[in-house]
Design a protein around this ligand. Structure first.
Ligand code: 5GP
Length: 216
Protein backbone atom coordinates (compact mmCIF):
# COMPACT_ATOMS: atom_id res chain seq x y z
CA UNK A 1 0.00 0.00 0.00
CA UNK A 2 1.32 3.47 -0.85
CA UNK A 3 2.04 6.46 1.28
CA UNK A 4 -0.81 8.75 2.27
CA UNK A 5 -0.87 12.39 1.11
CA UNK A 6 1.86 14.27 2.82
CA UNK A 7 2.20 18.00 3.05
CA UNK A 8 4.59 17.84 5.99
CA UNK A 9 8.24 18.84 5.85
CA UNK A 10 9.49 15.59 4.30
CA UNK A 11 11.26 14.31 7.40
CA UNK A 12 9.78 11.13 8.80
CA UNK A 13 8.19 11.23 12.23
CA UNK A 14 9.31 9.34 15.28
CA UNK A 15 6.93 6.85 16.87
CA UNK A 16 7.52 5.01 20.13
CA UNK A 17 5.58 1.83 20.79
CA UNK A 18 5.68 0.42 24.31
CA UNK A 19 3.60 -2.19 26.04
CA UNK A 20 3.53 -4.87 28.68
CA UNK A 21 5.52 -7.99 28.07
CA UNK A 22 2.92 -10.31 26.51
CA UNK A 23 0.87 -7.48 24.95
CA UNK A 24 1.79 -8.73 21.48
CA UNK A 25 3.50 -5.53 20.29
CA UNK A 26 6.19 -7.47 18.40
CA UNK A 27 3.53 -9.22 16.29
CA UNK A 28 1.75 -5.93 15.64
CA UNK A 29 5.02 -4.32 14.48
CA UNK A 30 5.89 -7.22 12.21
CA UNK A 31 2.51 -7.08 10.47
CA UNK A 32 2.61 -3.30 10.16
CA UNK A 33 5.96 -3.53 8.37
CA UNK A 34 4.65 -6.27 6.07
CA UNK A 35 1.47 -4.46 5.12
CA UNK A 36 2.49 -0.83 4.79
CA UNK A 37 5.35 1.06 3.16
CA UNK A 38 7.13 4.06 4.53
CA UNK A 39 8.07 2.71 7.95
CA UNK A 40 11.45 1.78 9.36
CA UNK A 41 11.76 -0.23 12.55
CA UNK A 42 14.74 0.83 14.63
CA UNK A 43 17.03 -2.04 15.63
CA UNK A 44 18.25 -1.58 19.20
CA UNK A 45 21.55 -2.59 20.70
CA UNK A 46 21.38 -4.92 23.69
CA UNK A 47 23.66 -6.81 26.04
CA UNK A 48 21.15 -9.64 26.47
CA UNK A 49 21.84 -12.97 24.80
CA UNK A 50 19.96 -13.78 21.58
CA UNK A 51 16.89 -16.00 21.96
CA UNK A 52 16.34 -18.90 19.61
CA UNK A 53 15.58 -17.65 16.11
CA UNK A 54 16.88 -14.13 16.74
CA UNK A 55 19.54 -12.73 14.41
CA UNK A 56 22.23 -10.12 14.99
CA UNK A 57 21.20 -6.98 13.11
CA UNK A 58 17.56 -8.08 12.67
CA UNK A 59 15.93 -8.26 16.12
CA UNK A 60 18.83 -6.55 17.89
CA UNK A 61 22.51 -5.78 17.65
CA UNK A 62 23.75 -8.22 20.27
CA UNK A 63 26.85 -6.70 21.82
CA UNK A 64 28.85 -7.13 25.01
CA UNK A 65 28.70 -4.78 27.97
CA UNK A 66 32.00 -3.12 27.16
CA UNK A 67 30.91 -2.28 23.61
CA UNK A 68 27.61 -0.97 24.96
CA UNK A 69 29.38 1.25 27.48
CA UNK A 70 31.58 2.52 24.62
CA UNK A 71 28.44 3.49 22.66
CA UNK A 72 27.16 5.43 25.67
CA UNK A 73 30.54 7.14 26.00
CA UNK A 74 30.59 8.09 22.29
CA UNK A 75 27.03 9.40 22.47
CA UNK A 76 26.03 6.89 19.79
CA UNK A 77 22.67 6.20 21.49
CA UNK A 78 19.58 8.41 21.71
CA UNK A 79 18.56 6.67 24.91
CA UNK A 80 19.29 3.54 26.87
CA UNK A 81 17.80 1.74 29.83
CA UNK A 82 18.51 -1.26 31.99
CA UNK A 83 15.82 -3.94 31.89
CA UNK A 84 16.08 -7.32 33.65
CA UNK A 85 19.80 -6.78 34.23
CA UNK A 86 20.59 -6.04 30.57
CA UNK A 87 21.21 -2.80 28.70
CA UNK A 88 19.04 -1.78 25.74
CA UNK A 89 19.61 1.33 23.65
CA UNK A 90 18.57 3.11 20.46
CA UNK A 91 21.45 3.79 18.02
CA UNK A 92 21.28 7.32 16.65
CA UNK A 93 22.62 6.75 13.14
CA UNK A 94 19.81 4.56 11.78
CA UNK A 95 17.06 6.77 13.21
CA UNK A 96 18.60 9.88 11.63
CA UNK A 97 19.24 8.26 8.23
CA UNK A 98 15.75 6.86 7.91
CA UNK A 99 14.01 10.05 8.99
CA UNK A 100 16.10 12.01 6.50
CA UNK A 101 14.83 9.65 3.77
CA UNK A 102 11.27 10.51 4.80
CA UNK A 103 10.53 7.22 6.55
CA UNK A 104 8.63 7.20 9.81
CA UNK A 105 10.81 5.48 12.37
CA UNK A 106 9.28 3.20 14.98
CA UNK A 107 11.07 2.49 18.24
CA UNK A 108 9.77 -0.49 20.20
CA UNK A 109 11.16 0.42 23.61
CA UNK A 110 10.21 0.36 27.27
CA UNK A 111 8.69 3.21 29.25
CA UNK A 112 11.83 4.92 30.58
CA UNK A 113 13.36 5.05 27.11
CA UNK A 114 10.06 6.45 25.80
CA UNK A 115 10.21 9.25 28.34
CA UNK A 116 13.78 10.14 27.31
CA UNK A 117 12.94 10.14 23.58
CA UNK A 118 9.94 12.42 24.21
CA UNK A 119 12.22 14.86 26.05
CA UNK A 120 14.75 14.87 23.19
CA UNK A 121 12.08 14.99 20.45
CA UNK A 122 8.89 16.52 21.87
CA UNK A 123 6.89 15.80 18.71
CA UNK A 124 7.41 12.02 19.05
CA UNK A 125 4.16 10.05 19.01
CA UNK A 126 3.93 7.73 22.01
CA UNK A 127 1.69 4.68 21.67
CA UNK A 128 1.05 2.16 24.42
CA UNK A 129 -0.18 -1.31 23.44
CA UNK A 130 -2.13 -3.27 26.03
CA UNK A 131 -4.36 -6.32 26.24
CA UNK A 132 -7.98 -5.59 27.23
CA UNK A 133 -7.66 -6.89 30.82
CA UNK A 134 -5.00 -7.90 33.33
CA UNK A 135 -6.52 -11.39 33.38
CA UNK A 136 -5.98 -11.66 29.62
CA UNK A 137 -2.33 -10.60 30.06
CA UNK A 138 -1.86 -13.23 32.75
CA UNK A 139 -3.48 -15.92 30.57
CA UNK A 140 -1.27 -14.98 27.60
CA UNK A 141 1.88 -15.19 29.74
CA UNK A 142 0.84 -18.56 31.16
CA UNK A 143 -0.14 -19.70 27.64
CA UNK A 144 3.41 -19.21 26.38
CA UNK A 145 4.21 -22.28 28.44
CA UNK A 146 7.85 -21.29 28.82
CA UNK A 147 7.47 -19.30 32.04
CA UNK A 148 7.53 -20.50 35.62
CA UNK A 149 4.75 -19.16 37.90
CA UNK A 150 7.40 -16.92 39.53
CA UNK A 151 8.46 -15.50 36.16
CA UNK A 152 4.80 -14.83 35.26
CA UNK A 153 4.33 -13.04 38.57
CA UNK A 154 7.50 -10.98 37.98
CA UNK A 155 6.27 -9.91 34.54
CA UNK A 156 2.86 -8.95 35.95
CA UNK A 157 4.50 -6.95 38.75
CA UNK A 158 6.59 -5.11 36.19
CA UNK A 159 3.44 -4.48 34.12
CA UNK A 160 1.83 -2.91 37.21
CA UNK A 161 4.81 -0.52 37.43
CA UNK A 162 4.77 0.23 33.70
CA UNK A 163 1.03 1.02 33.82
CA UNK A 164 1.93 4.13 35.83
CA UNK A 165 3.49 5.57 32.67
CA UNK A 166 0.37 5.06 30.51
CA UNK A 167 -1.18 8.52 31.15
CA UNK A 168 1.98 10.06 29.76
CA UNK A 169 1.42 8.40 26.32
CA UNK A 170 -0.47 10.00 23.41
CA UNK A 171 -2.44 6.87 22.48
CA UNK A 172 -3.50 3.67 24.22
CA UNK A 173 -4.22 0.80 21.83
CA UNK A 174 -6.06 -2.29 23.02
CA UNK A 175 -4.69 -5.31 21.20
CA UNK A 176 -7.57 -7.79 21.11
CA UNK A 177 -7.63 -8.15 17.31
CA UNK A 178 -4.33 -8.11 15.43
CA UNK A 179 -5.65 -6.89 12.05
CA UNK A 180 -7.65 -4.06 13.61
CA UNK A 181 -4.73 -3.06 15.77
CA UNK A 182 -2.40 -2.83 12.77
CA UNK A 183 -4.94 -0.78 10.78
CA UNK A 184 -5.42 1.56 13.72
CA UNK A 185 -1.70 2.01 14.25
CA UNK A 186 -1.26 2.95 10.60
CA UNK A 187 -4.24 5.32 10.82
CA UNK A 188 -2.82 7.03 13.92
CA UNK A 189 0.51 7.65 12.20
CA UNK A 190 -1.12 8.89 9.00
CA UNK A 191 -3.32 11.27 11.02
CA UNK A 192 -0.25 12.56 12.84
CA UNK A 193 1.17 13.62 9.47
CA UNK A 194 -1.90 15.77 8.89
CA UNK A 195 -1.57 17.77 12.09
CA UNK A 196 -1.30 21.48 11.34
CA UNK A 197 1.80 21.73 13.52
CA UNK A 198 3.61 19.28 11.25
CA UNK A 199 2.59 21.17 8.11
CA UNK A 200 3.95 24.62 8.79
CA UNK A 201 5.78 24.94 5.46
CA UNK A 202 2.71 23.90 3.49
CA UNK A 203 0.52 26.35 5.39
CA UNK A 204 2.96 29.20 4.74
CA UNK A 205 3.21 28.31 1.07
CA UNK A 206 -0.50 28.09 0.34
CA UNK A 207 -1.15 31.22 2.38
CA UNK A 208 1.44 33.00 0.31
CA UNK A 209 0.04 31.64 -2.97
CA UNK A 210 -3.42 32.81 -2.01
CA UNK A 211 -2.11 36.25 -1.15
CA UNK A 212 -0.40 36.44 -4.54
CA UNK A 213 -3.49 35.28 -6.43
CA UNK A 214 -5.79 37.72 -4.67
CA UNK A 215 -3.51 40.73 -5.05
CA UNK A 216 -2.69 40.26 -8.77
P1 5GP B 1 13.16 -8.17 25.13
O1 5GP B 1 14.38 -8.59 25.87
O2 5GP B 1 11.93 -8.92 25.59
O3 5GP B 1 13.35 -8.21 23.65
O4 5GP B 1 12.90 -6.64 25.50
C1 5GP B 1 12.75 -6.23 26.82
C2 5GP B 1 12.23 -4.80 26.85
O5 5GP B 1 13.22 -3.90 26.35
C3 5GP B 1 10.99 -4.56 25.99
O6 5GP B 1 10.07 -3.80 26.77
C4 5GP B 1 11.49 -3.75 24.82
O7 5GP B 1 10.49 -2.90 24.29
C5 5GP B 1 12.60 -2.97 25.50
N1 5GP B 1 13.58 -2.43 24.56
C6 5GP B 1 14.04 -2.98 23.42
N2 5GP B 1 14.93 -2.18 22.83
C7 5GP B 1 15.05 -1.08 23.63
C8 5GP B 1 15.82 0.13 23.53
O8 5GP B 1 16.58 0.38 22.60
N3 5GP B 1 15.67 1.02 24.55
C9 5GP B 1 14.84 0.81 25.59
N4 5GP B 1 14.76 1.78 26.53
N5 5GP B 1 14.10 -0.31 25.71
C10 5GP B 1 14.20 -1.25 24.73
Amino acid sequence: MGKAQDTSSGQGILIVVSGFSGAGKGTVMKKLMQEYDGYALSVSATTRAPREGEEHGREYFFIDRETFLGMIENEALYEYAEYNGNFYGTPRAYVDEQRECGRDVILEIEVQGAEKIKKTFPDTVLIFVTPPTAKELKDRLIGRGSETPEAVFARLSRAAEEAKYMPFYDYVMVNDDLDRCVRELNAIIKSEHMKAGRNKEFILRITDELRTITTD
